[in-house]
Design a protein around this ligand. Structure first.
Ligand SMILES: *[C@@H]1O[C@H](CO)[C@@H](O)[C@H](O)[C@H]1NC(C)=O
Length: 120
């Protein structure tokens, strides 16, 4: 009887360790400091650690980032997400954050887009 309880415990430990999902850890990125109006910028949200699948979400000043023909989010693989802004305008000046989420948790970082010179 004790033997079968032990095997049950071993089984539970085994499956717990196999099924344990490592939460995401992102590699923070920054915008370049010399952005000018009209230029192009890219920032990458890269999954440094953590189990897949991970979903990436981009926010602009705490709100969901709206994409359009100038502002695009693309992904060449399942471990990264790229945000690109073309023909930067003054309305793009903001804090952008990327959040990566899997079943075990999430991680995020924020990067400020600042335009060189005086805007606003
Ligand atoms: C980003 O957030 C910080 C802290 O809230 C704020 O001081 C700063 O002005 C923001 N930067 C931009 C570019 O909006």
């Amino acid at each position: 009887m004790a033997g079968s309880w032990n095997s049950l415990a071993v089984c539970i430990l085994f499956f717990t360790s196999v099924l344990a999902v490592e939460p995401p850890m992102l590699q923070p990125d920054e915008f370049p400091s010399d952005i000018e109006l009209g230029s192009r910028v890219q920032i990458v949200c890269y999954l440094k650690k953590g189990d897949l699948p991970v979903t990436f979400r981009w926010n602009k000043d705490e709100k969901q980032l709206l994409t359009n023909e100038r502002i695009t989010i693309s992904s060449s693989d399942s471990i990264s997400s790229n945000l690109r802004i073309q023909r930067v305008i003054s309305e793009d000046v903001a804090n952008y954050s990327c959040t990566g989420t899997n079943s075990a948790g999430s991680d995020s970082f924020t990067a400020a887009l600042i335009v060189r010179g005086n805007v606003i």
